[in-house]
Design a protein around this ligand. Structure first.
Ligand SMILES: [Zn+2]
Ligand SMILES: [Zn+2]
Length: 142
């Protein structure tokens, strides 16, 4: 899994005349290892834990590259706070977002996916990606 992700990312970097430096590799590994959704600050913490010499600027620049290469997905779950999660090697899913405690619940629903495909076909729209978010209160907040 990691070697495949690493290959895709290094090919992406090559096209931009960039190299998969050891710091970039460390940040990539931390991002892929992270569970669920994480912020840039959290990725900085994980990366510094693995290599103290990694700077905030390097993490933020690498994060942008991870996003552009399709390795990570970026979500705005409200309030302008951006969270990331790995995009490869897992099934597509969508999210419920609790607007009180910030809890994020993932769901997969083939019927919803099919309806979206059907609607896109009707509109003759070619969907490249989508992100469905439903905002409200989780079971402990409602
Ligand atoms: Zn909640
Ligand atoms: Zn998710």
């Amino acid at each position: 899994m990691i070697s495949e992700v690493e290959k895709i990312f290094s090919e992406f970097l090559e096209k931009k005349d960039l190299k998969l430096t050891s710091q970039r590799r460390t940040i990539l590994h931390q991002a892929v290892k992270a569970r669920g959704h994480f912020s840039a600050e959290e990725l900085l913490g994980f990366s510094k834990g693995a290599d103290r010499t990694i700077s905030k600027a390097t993490v933020y620049r690498t994060l942008a590259l991870l996003k552009d290469s399709g390795t990570l997905e970026e979500h705005d779950f409200g309030g302008g706070k951006k969270l990331y999660e790995k995009a490869q090697g897992r099934r597509h899913h969508d999210h419920f977002v609790c607007i009180r405690c910030g809890k994020i619940i993932e769901f997969e629903n083939d019927q919803i996916e099919n309806l979206q495909d059907l609607e896109a076909k009707k509109q003759r729209f070619k969907v490249v990606y989508h992100s469905l978010k439903l905002f409200g209160f989780c079971s402990s907040c409602k």
